[in-house]
Write a protein that binds this ligand. Structure first.
Ligand code: FPP
Length: 264
């Protein structure tokens, strides 16, 4: 196993990006990749820049990674852009992040349309500033017929709030008599989550060396493969995404069961 990993690393170092992409496409590509984009503040601090400069650079990484994920044939890419807890940050920083969807989509919507990318959002929409809501709504409308990668912005998103809301909806239906308690199963709960139209993530990436979930997709990540890297989000590039996918392609997913020779 160790020899195999060392050999693959050496092979990677000698391959161009184009070769790596073509090689990656020959193996199983994760259908849904979810990313906790962390380390923007530290990236800026290392350069003696304000924290918001890190978020701005991080926005450019979203563009880069979306293009490659789409090219590889990934079906959905969920990016954690703002959590329900991030409101605790200084107002200046919150205001800056809330303007980013407008800037990102104002700049890149034409190329997202050209690349057949479909933009969606999960999170509490109503409490976002009007300009943020408008930018997202416009992009969703303009890309709703697209059939390529689904780019899902987790914005003002918190997994516990999402699960709580799902439970309230189900409880109300039981109370009204349209469901009985025995109808409540995993499938029904999944259908009430904000990800009801997406496959569960196959691969979760968190950048910047932090190793926690931070209230992100707690239900959906039950059988997801995790990949953590020290790389700060603004430095995360195509080669980093291919490293993560390469690692995923070498995992043995068992979903609690056994596979192959282990069953003997
Ligand atoms: C965490 O890094 C990052 C965020 C809370 C914001 C992430 C937002 C982006 C990458 C831009 C999103 C782009 C669009 C298009 C909406 P941190 O600030 O916690 O970093 P630190 O841990 O180094 O301080």
């Amino acid at each position: 196993m160790l020899h195999k990993l060392i050999r693959r690393k050496a092979e990677r170092q000698n391959q161009s990006l184009v070769e790596r992409i073509s090689r990656s496409k020959k193996e199983c590509i994760p259908s849904h990749i979810a990313i906790i984009m962390d380390g923007n503040g530290r990236w800026a601090k290392k350069r003696a820049l304000p924290r918001v400069a890190g978020h701005h650079e991080g926005m450019k990484t979203v563009r880069k990674i979306t293009r490659l994920a789409n090219d590889l044939g990934v079906r959905a890419l969920t990016v954690y852009a703002f959590s329900t807890e991030n409101w605790k940050r200084p107002k200046l920083e919150v205001d800056f992040i809330m303007r980013l969807p407008e800037e990102f989509l104002g700049t890149y919507l034409p190329e997202l349309i050209e690349q057949n990318v479909k933009v969606i959002m999960m999170g509490e929409n109503d409490t976002l500033p009007r300009y943020t809501q408008n930018a997202i709504r416009k992009a969703m409308e303009a890309t709703k017929e697209n059939t390529g990668l689904v780019l899902n912005f987790a914005l003002n998103y918190g997994s516990r709030a999402e699960i709580t809301q799902a439970m309230q909806q189900i409880a109300q239906q039981v109370q009204e008599g349209t469901l009985t308690y025995s109808d409540v199963n995993e499938e029904l709960i999944s259908q009430h989550l904000m990800t009801c139209d997406l496959p569960e993530p196959d691969l979760l990436i968190r950048t910047s060396g932090e190793v926690r979930l931070s209230n992100f997709m707690l239900w959906q990540l039950a059988y997801t493969e995790f990949w953590f890297t020290e790389t700060l989000w603004p430095d995360f590039d195509e080669s980093c995404l291919l490293d993560a996918i390469d690692s995923y392609q070498n995992r043995n997913r068992r979903y609690g069961g056994l596979k192959g020779e282990d069953t003997n």
